[in-house]
Design a protein around this ligand. Structure first.
Ligand code: ADP
Ligand code: MG
Length: 702
């Protein structure tokens, strides 16, 4: 921040927000844009022209020379192509131009982005369409215009389009339900998201020396440091000065773009940190999370750090995730998942709560898939974070309320007190009452659900697309059952339906410890899925259930579903292929070389020692040589197997079969190789190792 500048001056200073629009746009134009942003209505070209010209003036005042349509292709990253405003005149002058057409529509070449077969059936060309519901902003001297990325046939090629469709689907069904519940005030319903972002920071010079981090984002070999996270001394610990300086600059960079970064702290693992924003409406929150990840990396680089967003950068210590806090809010600002003081009488709350519980139960496999990636597979179901089995945690009080509803009994409040007149006073459901269970993948936390499975490196769009659509589907089923019932019978019909739905989905509720083997067994008895990996879960994506869900709510077409199927599998296969090749190269060219040099030096020493002291002298070096020699033989054998199996994988045509093979065979080959390499690494002095150790990377920041 410059001297004399306050956070209020800084916040949103690079964003073409409501305030700027109100100040600069003619009233009728402002109204038209606002209407489009809220309802998605069509924007006339003359309106777009005015907005473009005002936007351009504003951007130029802030030093921008270029504009870009910013979009989120299915790589999971963001993409941009910059055009300058420059328009040379015949007389040698330069004009700065930006038309309404350029604002609303762009035509990047779609053929180099993953389209999962959509390219074959549709034209390769695609276009980007302005999303006026997410404000434009300035970054690096460029005006960024958030856009959706669509094929010429109108098929979604990105993550934003289905997200917007899913929000609309939820809005449609939620509005039906609210009308049935006698709400005539609400005009529109949206979802809110707060996504807590975990990440690691390590020294950049160390990062640059590790091919695995550079190419794959995670370490593929490396013995554990003598110290891990067992001392629990990092969580919420004092921020190191360099880290603190980074976080300070990160906050400012984000605030300028109206990204409401709020909380920052050290996480459980050494070198791990978290940033939590204040929640926002879904579309903007997803855009802002993408920006957060990008800016984290950039600011880290400026501070001499590498920011690792991979789900499992280091073996043996916690990986990183992204908690997706999610709720449903009306245009009147009412949070429909807020239980209020008397949740047992709060029918809107109970209906929406029930819908979420049923949606998570019915579509647990699709939700699991929404967070599946090669990286996240190392987290889910491994010895940490949420298990791969999805269940819903409600907390004691809410569980009791649900229980009494199911049993059709009057609710006996936990810690209740009787007021004169006999009314039961329930203590307001506080966060403390709901937030204790950290092992649940899907937890009610006071006035929102927290979905804890998303991986740290990917867009949260997918998780929310599935969540929104699944909840929309349950609300639809409930509305279908309720509509047409005479008004005087409606209240008891809602009550009965809620009770029945909760009973039907009781199995998904679990308040215990999600880490234990007992729970995994119990979950199996309950018939809950335990989809441990992406390849295991993939067939569910093209199941009739999944296709029906997305097509019924017009969130994804059949073709779009199949294209995403191809892309997910392809990305998975490519990721593990690259990991295998990187690992082979590191072991062959770097590790083996270091190990051989050490063995050579040891041998030289041994021979010299023998020459001086004779053959019978105590010779620990000889033991080490023998052990390393044995390890070298094992490494060679495991390398050979990994190499051969990777070549086999390359030849498998069918993407699903290929993914199964990568998971079952290639990944286990990599594990087996890693075990021998890591054991050998423990015998080798650091100066012989061609790359930094776990100890260096995790504990060297000051
Ligand atoms: P935690 O203990 O998980 O850190 P916090 O109360 O700090 O809990 O909230 C975590 C995240 O949840 C924050 O990003 C916050 O903005 C978000 N959040 C709070 N209320 C809502 C809501 N109604 N909808 C969506 N996200 C919310
Ligand atoms: Mg949290």
């Amino acid at each position: 921040m410059k001297k004399g500048q306050t956070v209020a001056d800084l916040y949103g200073s690079l964003v073409f927000n409501e305030k700027v629009m109100q100040e600069r746009l003619p009233k009728d134009v402002y109204k038209a844009v606002h209407e489009t942003a809220v309802t998605g209505s069509h924007l006339k070209l003359d309106v777009a022209n005015t907005v473009a010209s005002v936007m351009k003036e504003w951007a130029i005042e802030l030093g921008a020379t270029h504009f870009t349509h910013w979009f989120q292709p299915m790589t999971g990253l963001t993409a941009e192509k910059h055009d300058s405003f420059l328009s040379p005149e015949p007389d040698g002058r330069i004009l700065m131009e930006f038309s309404g057409k350029e604002l609303v529509k762009g035509e990047p070449d779609a053929s180099s982005f993953p389209s999962g077969g959509l390219r074959a059936t549709f034209e390769a060309r695609g276009y980007t369409a302005w999303d006026p519901s997410s404000p434009a902003f300035i970054k690096d001297g460029t005006l960024y215009i958030p856009t959706a990325f669509i094929s010429y046939g109108g098929e979604a090629l990105d993550k934003k389009t289905p997200l917007l469709r899913s929000i609309e689907a939820l809005n449609t069904q939620a509005m039906r339900m609210l009308a049935l519940l006698g709400d005539s005030e609400t005009r529109h319903v949206n979802t809110t998201i707060g996504s807590e972002q975990e990440y690691f920071l390590i020294d950049k010079s160390l990062y640059m020396k590790r091919k695995d981090l550079l190419l794959c984002g995670r370490t593929l070999i490396g013995a554990p440091a003598p110290k891990g996270q067992e001392m629990e001394d990092h969580y919420f610990g004092v921020l190191k000065p360099k880290v603190s300086a980074f976080m300070h600059d990160l906050d400012e960079a984000l605030w300028q773009l109206s990204v409401p970064a709020k909380t920052k702290h050290n996480e459980v693992a050494p070198a791990q940190h978290e940033l939590a924003p204040v929640f926002e409406t879904a579309n903007i929150a997803v855009d802002h999370n993408q920006l957060t990840m990008e800016i984290m990396k950039k600011v880290a680089d400026q501070h001499g750090f590498a920011c690792l967003l991979h789900e499992k950068p280091f073996e043996g210590i916690n990986g990183s995730g992204k908690h997706n806090n999610w709720s449903v809010v009306t245009d009147q600002g009412k949070n429909l998942l807020n239980p209020g003081r008397h949740p047992e009488d709060n029918i809107k709350f109970l209906v929406f709560l029930t819908a979420v519980i049923a949606a998570v139960d019915d579509y647990a496999d699709i939700l699991r898939l929404s967070v599946a990636s090669a990286g996240n597979d190392h987290r889910l179901g491994a010895n940490e974070a949420p298990p791969a089995v999805i269940s819903v945690f409600l907390g004691d009080e809410l569980a009791q309320i649900v229980h009494s509803l199911e049993a059709d009994e009057a609710f006996e409040g936990h810690g209740k007190s009787q007021m004169a007149g006999g009314a039961t006073v329930l203590p307001h459901i506080t966060k403390d009452n709901t937030d204790r269970n950290r092992t649940s993948p899907f937890a009610f936390t006071g006035n929102k659900f927290e979905f804890r499975m998303p991986g740290s490196s990917v867009s949260v769009a997918n998780a929310n697309i599935v969540l929104n659509t699944a909840v929309a589907e349950i609300l639809k089923q409930m509305c279908d059952a309720l509509e047409g019932i005479p008004e005087d019978e409606l209240e008891s019909a809602v009550h009965d339906l809620t009770r029945k739905t909760l009973r039907d989905h009781h199995r998904i509720l679990f308040n215990g410890d999600g880490y234990t083997d007992e729970w995994i067994e119990e979950a199996e008895r309950r018939g809950l899925d335990n989809l441990k990996s992406l390849p295991a879960a993939m067939p569910r994506w093209i199941s009739d259930k999944c296709i029906n869900l997305f097509t019924a709510h017009r969130v994804l077409t059949r073709d779009e579903i199949f294209s995403r199927y191809e892309i997910l599998l392809e990305n998975y296969n490519k990721a593990i292929h690259i990991e295998s090749l990187t690992m082979q190269e590191m072991v062959r060219k770097e590790f083996d070389y270091g190990m051989m040099r050490y063995v050579k030096d040891l041998t030289k020493e041994t021979l010299q020692k023998k020459a001086v002291l004779g053959d019978d002298v105590f010779m620990p070096e000889a033991k080490t040589i023998a052990r390393l020699n044995e390890d070298a033989a094992k490494i060679a054998e495991k390398l050979e197997k990994l190499d051969a199996d990777t070549k086999t994988a390359e030849g498998i045509e069918d993407a699903q079969a290929c993914a199964d093979f990568y998971e079952k065979t290639v990944l286990s080959d990599m594990d087996a190789l890693r075990q021998v390499v890591d054991a050998a690494e423990m015998l080798i002095p650091d100066q012989y190792l061609p790359y930094p150790t776990y100890g260096d990377m995790l504990f060297s920041l000051r």
